[in-house]
Design a protein around this ligand. Structure first.
Ligand SMILES: Nc1ncnc2c1ncn2[C@@H]1O[C@H](COP(=O)(O)OP(=O)(O)OP(=O)(O)O)[C@@H](O)[C@H]1O
Ligand SMILES: [Mg+2]
Length: 229
């Protein structure tokens, strides 16, 4: 199942330290050859020691152009960008509107974007409007350009709703905050929220497949799957 994930939009939720970043890094990220990781807090330095690092958008775009020019198909860039630059990057990966033809994602034949702290990048209640619009567009239209998104948040209820509505999988670790549990219930139903509240062990995650409505548990070893009735 995890092998199919690079072509999907996946939202991972869980309180701080529950294992979101490790899950993405261990299971999903390494399987995709063309990846951009947005790192707002510097935690990816340890996780991805071999990735190329850039600290501004101009450098990232220059690097991507070079990789494309030299036909390099397997690469991984970790980018520490400002919110405004993240918005601009998303507009290059998944341009808005019909007439916008040039897309970096399409040029590469598909890019996977890893976003940590999505609630900071695309919050419901703050005014970073331009970035939020760019995120919304990337979620809504990104697949059209071959963009896959893997995003994580500690506070799903504070994240723009488009992220859950466009996700093919919502993955949750243990959650306890009432607002987050209500969010999980809205996305995956009562049972899914119950599993998140009391049915998960440390580092175990529940995977809600939006299309089929099924829930799978993934154990902390990253190998054992179990279907929940
Ligand atoms: N399956 C696992 N088995 C054992 N340890 C794990 C597992 N997953 C994560 N950890 C450990 O738990 C710690 C926190 O994990 P991680 O950074 O992935 O959490 P997070 O959900 O991304 O936290 P934050 O919200 O603060 O970013 C790390 O030290 C990591 O090594
Ligand atoms: Mg993390």
């Amino acid at each position: 199942m995890v092998d199919t994930l690079p072509h999907e939009i996946v939202t991972v939720v869980g309180r701080t330290g529950s294992g979101k970043t490790q899950l993405i890094a261990r299971l999903i990220g390494p399987r995709h050859p063309r990846r951009i990781t947005l790192d707002m807090v510097g935690e990816c330095r340890k996780l991805y020691p071999r990735a190329v690092r850039v600290t501004d958008l101009a450098a990232l775009v220059m690097l991507l152009r070079k990789l494309h020019e030299h036909n390099v198909s397997e690469w991984h860039v970790v980018a520490s960008l400002s919110l405004a630059d993240i918005g601009a990057l998303l507009r290059l990966l998944a341009p808005a509107g019909e007439g916008a033809e040039y897309s970096l994602s399409a040029a590469f034949g598909g890019v996977t974007l890893e976003i940590f702290e999505l609630d900071v990048i695309a919050p419901v209640d703050r005014s970073e409007r331009e970035t939020r619009e760019a995120v919304r567009n990337a979620y809504a239209r990104g697949r059209h350009y071959g963009l896959s998104i893997l995003a994580a948040t500690q506070r799903p209820h504070q994240m723009d709703r488009i992220a859950s509505s466009q996700s093919s999988y919502v993955v949750t670790f243990q959650m306890h905050e009432p607002a987050d549990l209500r969010w999980l219930e809205k996305v995956g139903g009562k049972r899914f929220a119950e599993i998140a509240r009391s049915g998960l062990k440390d580092y175990q995650s529940a995977w809600y497949a939006v299309r089929s409505g099924t829930v799978m548990l993934l154990h902390a070893d990253y190998k054992t799957w179990e279907t929940v009735k």
